[in-house]
Design a binder for this molecule. Structure first.
Ligand SMILES: Cc1ncc(COP(=O)(O)O)c(C=O)c1O
Length: 413
């Protein structure tokens, strides 16, 4: 599958969990869309080239990766905006059917954007946002006061993976709705939303799915609930018949009501190129094979670093148990390396090994600085990963990270 991607030969790319690599197909597809479609057929493209269908067509392709059915997923907006839409819909639903429930339950370690959106929404709607500090406290906190359980399946820092099926079951039994953020799961492991049965899910298109920078996100609503949901951004694209231009809003019957404005066609076409590669991988074992290789890659990475011993200054923080981790590996830094994480990553990047750095919270041992390495099985090989580890070891042995040039902070870390 690697041949279907365009990757710089002199780099080892370990950041596909942040911005997926470029499918070879994408540039030609976009050039064609711009020149042969937009440039020639202009506004007629919406009908002639199926532009109007793109949000649902790409949604159907994502559905195959996350175990959802056709017509259940729509691609639109950013993950943050989609989270806002589904959380509003969930709160409105609970306010109607279970007005005594007053809590949105999440965890401190959830992705900040999810927490920010939830905090403001709770404030506005009069709900309490309860964020547990430890994963172990989650199941005990799911009770009859909880309106919505809001979680990210795979943690963006540690790669810790929640048991979505079990937590969803506990929430359902307690009468709470569930919202899952799949940004670090979809495209990295098989998912089965139909079996797990949550109520809402959202996720990013630009990470593992290789949709390109700023690719739109996706949104799934349990088909039993979609037609009864009220979402807050009632734009014309979510109308049942937008081109009737009625004064009154009438939501589309199912997931289509979660659209808001005009779809970003260039971005959707780019995302479709990434998705098509995942579908092309189906005859080779699909997401099961992707996951199998991902776990092999992360085991190689983690066991190598563990074998160096803690005197190397690096500690693996991602879970050792395969079922409990996603597809990236996070390392914290100790001793001489503490406080030097950013510089270590810059030294690696200077050698062509591209990972990223996630700052922790000074003074909070539970939230250390992290070196993050994304492992994308469609493009990354074992030998290449071993070479990356060799560079890391070398940088530590030579104390290369101490060079002044590696301390200059950029906007994106
Ligand atoms: C888990 C998770 N949720 C949400 C987001 C935010 O996505 P967006 O910037 O598309 O709103 C991110 C971005 O990295 C993420 O990692």
């Amino acid at each position: 599958m690697r041949d279907f991607f365009q990757l710089p030969p002199d780099q080892i790319y370990l950041c596909g969990n942040s911005l997926g690599p470029l499918p070879r197909e994408t540039s030609g597809r976009l050039a064609n869309l711009i020149e042969a479609q937009w440039g020639r057929d202009l506004v007629r493209c919406w009908n002639r080239h199926g532009w109007m269908e793109l949000p649902l067509r790409t949604g159907d392709k994502i559905a195959r990766l996350i175990g959802a059915g056709p017509g259940e997923v729509v691609v639109a907006d950013s993950t943050s905006v989609n989270l806002y839409k589904v959380l509003c819909a969930a709160l409105s639903h609970q306010a109607r059917v279970a007005p005594q429930r007053s809590i949105v339950l999440t965890e401190d370690e959830n992705f900040p954007s999810d927490l920010y959106i939830a905090a403001e929404l709770c404030r506005e709607r009069g709900f309490e946002l309860a964020a547990v500090k430890e994963e172990a406290a989650l199941s005990a906190a799911i009770d009859e006061r909880v309106a919505v359980l809001l979680l990210t399946e795979v943690n963006y820092r540690s790669a810790l993976r929640h048991d979505m099926k079990n937590l969803t079951r506990l929430a359902r039994e307690a009468g709470a709705l569930t919202v899952w953020d799949l940004s670090h799961s979809a495209g990295a492991m098989p998912l089965d939303l139909t079996e797990a049965g949550p109520d809402f899910a959202v996720g990013c298109g630009y990470k593992y799915l290789c949709g390109g920078p700023g690719a739109p996100g996706y949104l799934w609503v349990n088909p039993g609930l979609a037609g009864a949901c009220v979402q807050p951004l009632t734009g014309w694209m979510g109308h049942d018949r937008p081109f009737d231009f009625k004064q009154q809003y009438e939501p589309a019957p199912g997931i289509g009501r979660f659209l808001c404005g005009t779809p970003p066609i260039l971005s959707l076409a780019a995302l479709e190129c990434g998705l098509d590669l995942f579908l092309a991988a189906e005859p080779l074992g699909g997401m099961g094979a992707v996951r199998h290789k991902s776990l092999g890659l992360s085991r190689l990475f983690m066991e190598t670093v563990k074998a160096w011993g803690i005197e190397s200054g690096l500690r693996v923080v991602s879970p050792a148990e395969p079922a409990r981790r996603g597809s990236h590996v996070a390392l914290s830094l100790e001793g001489e390396l503490s406080g030097a994480g950013y510089a270590v990553m810059q030294a690696l990047i200077a050698r062509g090994v591209i990972g990223d750095f996630r700052a922790g919270e000074p003074g909070n041992a539970a939230r250390p600085d992290l070196l993050r390495f994304g492992l994308t099985p469609l493009t990354l090989g074992f030998a290449e990963l071993a070479r990356a580890l060799g560079h890391l070891r070398d940088i530590l042995d030579r104390r290369e990270w101490r060079q002044e040039r590696f301390t200059k902070r950029e906007k994106v870390t």
